[in-house]
Design a binder for this molecule. Structure first.
Ligand code: ADP
Ligand code: MG
Length: 353
């Protein structure tokens, strides 16, 4: 594969603070890769350097084989588009937001119309042209921001935490859109995310950043085979439990994770293991659940975090679980802190580290 951007020993200092330390990394043409790391690890800084919005303090960046310097940084800026974590749409129609970049580049009206229409199709917002952009949901606004980048025929698309704090439905639309964009236009895409599952669904290569350093690069499928210490330290994985696993004789195993809690996993394993469940894979109910899910526990809500259309709950069910549900179902079930709830998840939703 041909490299499109290469970084060699890139260091970025902000005063005394080293935001990036000796980063050497390649991005290949047409590839979707991710920068994984916790808050403060340097993801945004790295994206800003890739976008040509920030200069490295030392080290070198090459774009399409040419060393980037003051003289040609505008070329990088023209071919690269960054979609920021917080979208800042103009307070006007969706159409005008998307057409803006074309207008300042002097595109004729008919071609502008065509490109906007095509971009809206790709982000699954056909017919949204005349809607006021600011009135759209967070996820829809993210898709408008993406369309705004797509109309420019960008060669490199940089996305900074594109799905942080948007609802699960929009997350999956956005994930679909990104893989579609990559297939249809062969755009090189770099996604910064702290979500290891997103890296897995979305990207073919992941680079793990910790304290400004690249500590690992690999296929996301391998992420789960990375040393669990490494994973736990960066992902702050919720719903991670360790314990002794014993086979049940039905093709599954039961892991004794302590406090009287046993978690059923979909494979046979004897010995110590670490397992985890994604917050969005856990069902919550205000009544005892009768379902086919092999793991079902009773508990109560100890914490509530409002993320707009979704809410994150901490539930004590012998152990602490983090779950994520829509605010709508939260309200419909009449839940609150201290409410008693049932949790359930399938054995097949449980993964191992
Ligand atoms: P991430 O996106 O992974 O959360 P950032 O790249 O935003 O990480 O930040 C990396 C480090 O650099 C942090 O310690 C942050 O406080 C610092 N930093 C980022 N931007 C600036 C800036 N403009 N001035 C000073 N420090 C900054
Ligand atoms: Mg950031």
């Amino acid at each position: 594969m041909k490299p499109i951007i290469e970084l060699e020993n890139v260091t970025k200092m902000y005063g005394d603070l080293t935001a990036l330390r000796q980063v050497s990394l390649q991005f290949h043409e047409g590839e979707v890769s991710s920068l994984l790391g916790p808050n403060g690890s340097g993801k945004t800084t790295l994206l800003r350097i890739l976008a040509g919005l920030e200069n490295p303090t030392s080290g070198e960046m090459r774009f399409q084989n040419a060393r980037v310097d003051r003289g040609n940084i505008n070329r990088v800026r023209l071919k690269t588009t960054m979609v920021f974590q917080k979208t800042a749409l103009f307070n006007t129609t969706v159409y005008k937001n998307i057409a803006y970049g074309l207008k300042i580049r002097g595109y004729p009206q008919s071609e502008t119309d065509e490109r906007v229409k095509e971009a809206l199709r790709i982000v699954h917002l056909d017919g949204y042209d005349q809607r006021p952009a600011k009135k759209l949901s967070g996820g829809e606004q993210q898709r408008v921001a993406l369309a705004r980048a797509l109309v420019l025929d960008t060669e490199v698309l940089l996305l900074d935490e594109p799905t942080a704090n948007i609802d699960p439905k929009n997350v999956s639309i956005l994930e679909d859109v990104l893989s579609q964009v990559n297939k249809e236009t062969e755009t090189t895409i770099v996604v910064a995310t702290h979500n290891v599952f997103q890296a897995e669904t979305l990207t073919s290569r992941a680079a793990l950043l910790l304290n400004g350093e690249i500590v690992k690069v690999g296929a996301p499928q391998e992420i789960f085979t990375w040393p669990s210490k490494l994973l736990e330290s960066y992902a702050r994985l919720e719903n991670t439990f360790s314990g002794y696993s014993q086979v049940t004789g039905e093709g599954t195993s039961l892991v004794d994770v302590g406090d009287g809690l046993h978690i059923e996993v979909p494979f046979e394993k004897t010995g110590h293991i670490t397992v985890f469940v994604r917050p969005e894979d856990i069902l919550v109910s205000s009544n005892p659940l009768i379902s086919s899910a092999r793991n079902s526990f009773e508990g109560w809500i100890v914490q509530y975090m409002d993320l707009g259309p979704i809410v994150k709950l901490k539930i004590k069910a012998r152990k602490d679980f983090t779950v994520q549900i829509t605010k709508r179902s939260f309200i419909e079930m009449g839940l609150n802190v201290n409410s008693r709830v049932s949790l359930a998840f399938k054995a097949s939703s449980v993964k191992t580290l």
